[in-house]
Design a protein around this ligand. Sequence first.
Ligand SMILES: NC(=O)c1ccc[n+]([C@@H]2O[C@H](COP(=O)([O-])OP(=O)(O)OC[C@H]3O[C@@H](n4cnc5c(N)ncnc54)[C@H](O)[C@@H]3O)[C@@H](O)[C@H]2O)c1
Length: 395
Amino acid sequence: MSSKVRVAIIGVGNCASSLIQGVEFYRNARAEDYVPGLMHVNLGGYHVNDIEFSAAFDIDKEKVGYDLGEAIWRGQNNTVKFAEVGSLGVPVHRGMTHDGLGKYLSEVIVKAPGPTADIVKILKDTGTDVVVNYLPVGSEMATKWYTEQILEAGCAMVNCMPVFIGREQYWRQRFEERGLPIIGDDIKSQVGSTIIHRVLTRLFQERGIKLEHTYQLNFGGNTDFLNMLERDRLVSKKISKTNSVLSQMQHEVAAEDVHIGPSDYVPWLKDRKWAHIRMEGKAFGEVPLSVDLKLEVHDSPNSAGIVIDAVRCCKLGLDRGLSGALEGPSSYFMKSPAFQVSDERAHELTELFIEGKVGAACISDPESPVQRRSPAVPDPARVTAADQTPVSSQA
Ligand SMILES: NC(=O)c1ccc[n+]([C@@H]2O[C@H](COP(=O)([O-])OP(=O)(O)OC[C@H]3O[C@@H](n4cnc5c(N)ncnc54)[C@H](O)[C@@H]3O)[C@@H](O)[C@H]2O)c1
């Protein structure tokens, strides 16, 4: 069991930049410091500075062949710089393109020449523990291809984007068979549009407001938004965001009354993202009530702390010999976990996971200590049917 968390990255874009900067920024944080966006400076025995970047893969000519510490400032990356990052001694290898570049990204990214690197060998040779997937939305074939390499190499996976792997029974089983953990899918930012919309939807539910119409319109100026101008590529993103919000509601709402999704690309916003959320409902006496809000956020750093926690949870899973979806951390860190619970419950289950009091299947397994009302758990009765929404793979 290594005392380090060796992390490989697929897709050296803005999110990878924020993650790498974040590890540098909090390298010397003290265990007792309050770090915004991290659950703990020392999570289950792993400090932020125990994270080491072991390997990286991209297909952009501007990034392949460069040191990872340099590649994060290259190409189309335009997120905020909040930390100096020196050379990491990790080259960016040529990945497999498949469907990684859609219509709009192919206009601004030139593919690196040369053959695809031997991903399995690199992951094994570098002693990689956890692979983080940051491919563009819509990279369905590429994500599945890389997942096969990760399984073969014997690594854990954190799937930050909305091609469904951790959510799907088929892939969960593949990770179980290989004795490897996975946290997925589609990273939920620290305070992003999804979590705000989820929490308000839960509030409406709990305070008896009947939600009748809602929308969430997002736009930004990074390549994630440029890529999502291609409507066909963002089907899974819409499903992921919509399910995440609707999982917090108990009554039906017609599909035409809910619109949640990325809407446009505004280049001058760079990595800033603006989200407009409107919710209309009926309160006591059928009297109308509405909420209108705007969120302005730097998109990529907003999810980096969550990934720092997720990779450390995956490493704990590896240390403990856990396999398949880590259900507690997936429900807290991801928009599309296999099982949705409330955010409060997800947080509680993740803390219990970190403490080693629950294992991988703490939501789905009726034999889990949480389900069996172990005295170690403060309020086990809160696992209710409404709190446990299995997600249909047909969505
Ligand atoms: N807060 C957030 O930023 C957030 C939240 C949730 C999900 N996500 C998701 O995370 C993913 C990454 O976001 P980002 O902002 O870093 O995107 P990005 O466009 O900045 O980076 C994507 C990178 O992937 C590379 N790439 C494309 N095809 C590839 C292939 N086949 N193999 C290897 N590399 C390839 C690109 O060259 C680019 O460097 C997106 O799917 C996004 O939707 C981000």
